[in-house]
Design a binder for this molecule. Structure first.
Ligand code: ADP
Length: 565
């Protein structure tokens, strides 16, 4: 487990992790001295004569010029209190390193996981539940630092002074240390072996229940109309209630288990004291007081320490599942490509003998497929549903990589190094145009910072996509909010927004993926004539459209049929 945790911490955080390890150690040692200082104080009160026999103490006594025992006690007590106050202030300062490290690491991991998921590509994203990916990025990373890292540091920070105190007491008085060890060690061991497996299981079950809750909520809002019309909400709410009930039960159990350490430690302390009284019957009277005092001082510090160790162990067991999720992060860090460069299409795009399948065991969707698209051509790709049209389009867009063959754009091979530059030159209109929860203008200029948006260009593409009337009807024109799922726009308007978006960046090539398939005939014809018109006015633009209906490809001058293999 330790190895896994270290692997999760990125390399550039390792030097800081080392500093944090040192601060944890320093704090632990300071804490030990904090408690160790109370012992001389206790001895001053209970066994001053024994202390006086110590030459160093006598030296200090004389150096301070003390006139009486009580004067020495007061000066020593004040000095010890000052030391402890100083120790706590230093402790607080050292704690900053730990705190900053954990939360900065959270920010870093969350970003890294997000970018890593994103770079796994369309195949991975399409195969995974988006709510779960977003939960991992936002919550699992936080649970890892709060539920694994912080408690691990707490354990190290507690165990060291604990061990030092026990060792110190062994040297001073073995009876007290044996009693302390006999009191706490079995209690901790019994508790931990009782809850260990349970907590790991509860943690996994909670993770599962949380996932279901998130998914239910997200799906019911995303698919509101379908959910409402199919009367699926009662079923969804019942699944939601079921997950909530499980979560609540697990949380209750976890809360109960977390309170047990306090009871255990207090009971152990009482048992220890009782044992001490019994053992004390066989000790000289003066010694009992001291051993009892030592025991009490140690227990005052050891009690919360043990409680803290147990609570931290509980948290770690509960959050173990986060380690598996984060271990998946690829170690190489991805940079977010933001080049503005383009690969232009001035002559032709050649698709040469490509073969594609979704996995090694699956059958081919495309087999030795070739096609040449000349600049300015209007190519329609037709085929039955499931023939592989969208797959082909995703390959042309650079989102899928064929296992055989290649695509050349004016002779430049499309691969991961040229993909971004090719995509910078592509306009793409899918069947369901994705709308941001934002204004119309930001939706048209998707990916452009709001202060960089070219208003004139937006107006130009609004005209080209025949959206002008729609914009004029909106209360705030281009600045009107169009909502997350774009509920306030019709199917045709949505596709026109998609066309305006595709045109905004002045692409050399436009791809339409069943862009008008879900529209009524009249709207489809009207959009098709807009596309035809913009193609006539911009004869350099190449158009590739795929559709299962011939009517969706009216404006194309070359039709390719693809068949299901
Ligand atoms: P079309 O666009 O012509 O309707 P697609 O290209 O979407 O066809 O799909 C072609 C075949 O590939 C279908 O049988 C489909 O089930 C399969 N397919 C599509 N996407 C995936 C995927 N992500 N994983 C596995 N199979 C897929």
């Amino acid at each position: 487990m330790f190895r896994k945790i270290v692997n999760i911490i990125p390399k550039d955080f390792h030097p800081r992790a080392l500093v944090v390890a040192i601060t944890v150690l320093l704090r632990a040692i300071l804490n030990f001295f904090g408690i160790a200082m109370l012992v001389p104080l206790l001895m001053l009160i209970l066994d001053f004569e024994a202390l006086q026999a110590n030459p160093i103490v006598t030296e200090v006594y004389n150096l301070l010029g003390c006139k009486s025992h009580s004067q020495f006690v007061i000066i020593s007590a004040v000095a010890i209190v000052c030391f402890i106050a100083l120790k706590n202030a230093t402790n607080l300062w050292l704690y900053n390193f730990e705190r900053n490290f954990t939360y900065d690491l959270y920010g870093h991991l969350s970003r890294k996981l997000y970018i890593d998921y994103y770079h796994r590509g369309l195949l991975y994203v399409a195969d995974h539940n988006s709510t779960e990916l977003s939960r991992n990025v936002n919550f699992v990373c936080l649970n890892f630092v709060i539920g694994i890292l912080k408690p691990s540091m707490a354990i190290v920070g507690e165990i060291i002074p604990f061990a030092l105190i026990i060792i110190a007491i062994i040297f001073y008085d073995p009876t007290a240390s044996i009693l302390l060890a006999l009191t706490f060690v079995p209690a901790v061991w019994i508790y931990y072996s009782f809850v260990k497996e349970r907590l790991h299981r509860y943690g996994q079950q909670e993770n599962q229940a949380q996932r279901e809750k998130f998914r239910n909520v997200a799906e019911s809002f995303r698919g509101y109309v379908d959910v409402e019309i199919s009367n699926a909400f009662p079923q969804i709410i019942s699944a939601f209630d079921n997950a909530t009930d499980r979560l609540v039960t697990l949380r209750k159990r976890d809360a109960t288990l977390s309170t047990i350490p306090q009871g255990i430690t207090e009971t152990s302390l009482a048992a220890g004291m009782a044992a001490l009284i019994i053992v004390g019957a066989f000790m000289p009277e003066r010694k009992i007081g001291l051993v009892f005092g030592l025991f009490a001082v140690a227990a005052v510090r050891l009690l919360p320490s043990i409680r803290n160790i147990l609570t931290s162990l509980t948290a770690i067991r509960y959050n173990l599942h986060t380690i598996d999720t984060l271990s998946e992060i690829k170690s190489q860090s991805h940079s977010v490509e933001d080049t503005q460069q383009r690969i232009h299409l001035r002559k032709q795009m050649e698709i040469r003998n490509i073969s594609f399948r979704y996995s090694e065991n699956a059958s081919n969707i495309l087999n030795d497929f070739s096609l040449t698209i000349k600049q300015g051509a209007r190519v329609g790709i037709r085929g039955a549903s499931g023939a592989g049209k969208s797959t082909l389009m995703n390959i042309m867009l650079g989102l899928y990589t064929p296992y055989k063959g290649e695509i050349l754009i004016d002779g430049v091979k499309l691969d991961h190094s040229t993909r971004r530059m090719w995509q910078n030159n592509i306009g793409y209109v899918p069947q369901n145009v994705f709308l941001l929860d934002s204004t119309l203008i930001e939706n048209i200029a998707l990916g452009v910072d709001s202060d960089q948006i070219g208003y004139d260009r937006v107006m130009e593409v609004v005209e080209m996509a025949s959206l002008k009337e729609f914009v004029e009807r909106l209360p705030n024109g281009l600045n009107s909010h169009i909502g997350e799922a774009g509920c306030r726009v019709s199917g045709g308007e949505r596709q026109r927004i998609g066309i305006a978006r595709a045109l905004y960046k002045r692409p050399d090539i436009l791809f339409f993926d069943e862009a008008t398939s879900s529209l009524d005939r009249a709207t489809e014809q009207s959009i098709n004539s807009s596309i035809e018109e913009l193609s006539a006015q911009n004869s350099n633009i190449t158009i590739v459209a795929i559709a299962h209906r011939e009517s969706s490809l009216e404006y194309c001058d070359q039709i390719i049929n693809i068949e299901r293999l």
